[in-house]
Write a protein that binds this ligand. Structure first.
Ligand code: ADP
Ligand code: C5P
Length: 253
């Protein structure tokens, strides 16, 4: 829960939202980055590092696919606690809700993001209120799977990591942070995580604009942050040019 609350937060905010013009309307849609890759490949790490490198950009939101796991019935919850529920199949995710929340955020509309608890295997009753940002970074194993989501991204990234490294990281993380046992992690990995990675996650790397390594990826992250900054600068310059040229009011929302 804590992790989710932290992930889906407006991470930096100084004063007046600069992506709103003097007329009170959004200057442009948010720039949306989608990061996919296997479990524990380093997606969250990449997202946080990009955020850090962006430095002077006032508001960046990291939106996690985990928030959109479907709500479970008591029977399903019992299966989940016995490691007999498949959390890696695309059907486990409420993709329409994921896409509609992302679309709202992209167009600077307020939205309520569900909060998910890994230890309870359940979506919580509370939600997180978000209202848009200059940049939104979405991360999840299936972040590039759904066509409706893919259509919203300005930049698509796939984090490619050795399977043994991902498994080692996952065992350590799930035992430390998600209340799991080593046996439970391995059962779940062999039954669901590994097959889903091969069948649903890895094939989406073909949609990526950039493949980032799962370790020693500082240079790749620098290049991505530079690209995003340049894209934002170009958007701002286009907006300025069109207002100087008196091209008429910007489209109303
Ligand atoms: P994901 O979001 O893909 O599940 P995380 O970013 O949470 O993966 O990373 C899983 C684990 O691997 C974390 O403990 C993290 O510290 C470690 N890790 C991720 N990226 C790197 C990296 N580039 N170098 C070293 N360790 C990393
Ligand atoms: O953070 P990460 O990308 O690793 O999160 C996705 C993983 O979380 C999936 O591989 C899935 O097996 C796991 N998961 C879990 N228990 C849940 C929900 C997801 O182990 N209740």
């Amino acid at each position: 829960t804590t992790l989710q609350a932290t992930k889906n937060t407006v991470l930096k905010s100084h004063g007046r939202p600069p992506w709103y013009g003097e007329d009170g309307l959004p200057i442009s849609d948010a720039f949306v980055v989608g990061i996919a890759g296997g479990s524990a490949s380093g997606k969250t790490h990449v997202a946080r590092q990009i955020l850090q490198k962006l430095g002077s950009i006032p508001t960046v939101v990291i939106l996690s696919q985990d928030s959109f796991y479907k709500r479970h019935t008591p029977d399903e919850l019992a299966l989940a606690h016995a490691n007999l529920w498949d959390f890696d199949h695309p059907d486990a995710i409420d993709m329409p809700k994921f896409a509609s929340c992302l679309s709202d955020l992209k167009t600077c509309k307020q939205t309520n993001i569900p909060i998910y608890s890994f230890s309870e295997h359940q979506r919580l009753d509370e939600t997180k209120y978000l209202y848009g940002a200059a940049i939104i970074i979405t991360e999840g194993i299936l972040a590039l799977h759904d066509p409706a989501l893919r259509a919203l991204y300005d930049l698509k990234i796939f984090v490619q990591c050795d399977s043994d490294l991902m498994l080692a990281r996952r065992i350590r993380r799930d035992v430390k942070e998600r209340g799991r046992t080593v046996d439970g992690v391995l059962d779940q990995y062999l039954r669901y995580v590994k097959p889903a990675y091969d069948n649903f996650v890895l094939p989406t790397s073909r949609y990526a604009n950039i493949i980032v390594p799962g370790s020693d990826n500082g240079v790749a992250i620098d290049l991505i942050a530079t690209h995003i900054k340049r894209q934002l600068d170009e958007r701002m310059a286009t907006r300025l040019r069109s207002s100087i040229a008196g091209a008429g009011p910007l489209p109303q929302r």
